[in-house]
Write a protein that binds this ligand. Structure first.
Ligand SMILES: Nc1nc2c(ncn2[C@@H]2O[C@H](COP(=O)(O)OP(=O)(O)OP(=O)(O)O)[C@@H](O)[C@H]2O)c(=O)[nH]1
Ligand SMILES: [Mg+2]
Length: 186
């Protein structure tokens, strides 16, 4: 093979590898009100333990490699600070994201209402009509303090054409399912 042809072949191969790698990388942002358990969910998923104490987050990024249907995915999960109606999305929270986890606590109606506000902010920011997301109702172990029914979250999910799931970071229930659902099937 001629030197120039070899060079072209090498650069094509490296471009091909780069594209393949890109296809297997996923970026997920976890957003929601304060103290709904965003960090607990991410830590349970990435590090397999539950933290009882509450440390408000500024921002953290976790990475986990997952094998899914024979492919390895590198999943980058952005754990964000709790949002209220006045917080402003930063550009890295709203761009280059493959999927959003909109988290609320089943024990807090206001945190459920907040995910609607957050989604509106994302739509405004991106100029899209819809974004890939999953509705995650955390603290399902606290059923006795429930303020949001599963039906309400299912109705919202139908409206947004997205999945919804109830999870417990404490009991490690449905966590992998919910990250797999959002991160890998996109
Ligand atoms: N019972 C129960 N408690 C939980 C669960 N998940 C989180 N918690 C508790 O709720 C509190 C807040 O959890 P965090 O994960 O820090 O909440 P956060 O959404 O990251 O909070 P910010 O970073 O301030 O936005 C902590 O005391 C956790 O132990 C859960 O599934 N069940
Ligand atoms: Mg946090």
């Amino acid at each position: 093979m001629q030197a120039s042809a070899k060079k072209l072949h090498r650069s094509q191969t490296s471009l091909h590898t780069q594209m393949a790698n890109q296809q297997k990388a996923r970026r997920i942002a976890v957003l929601g009100s304060r103290a709904v358990g965003k960090s607990s969910l991410v830590i349970q998923f990435c590090e397999n333990h539950f933290v009882e104490s509450y440390y408000p987050t500024i921002e953290n990024t976790f990475t986990k490699t997952i094998k899914y249907r024979g492919h390895e995915f590198s999943v980058e999960i952005m754990d964000t600070a709790g949002q209220d109606e006045f917080s402003i999305l930063s550009s890295h929270q709203a761009t280059n994201i493959h999927g959003y986890v909109l988290a609320y606590s089943i024990t807090s109606k206001s945190s459920f209402d907040m995910i609607k506000i957050i989604r509106d902010k994302i739509l405004n920011y991106t100029g899209m009509d819809n974004v890939p997301c999953i509705i995650a109702g955390n603290k399902s172990d606290l059923n006795i303090q429930r303020q949001v029914s599963e039906q309400e979250s299912k109705e919202l999910a139908a409206q947004w054409h997205c999945p919804s799931i109830e999870v417990s970071a404490k009991h490690n229930e449905n966590i992998s399912k919910y990250f797999a659902c959002r991160g890998l099937s996109l």
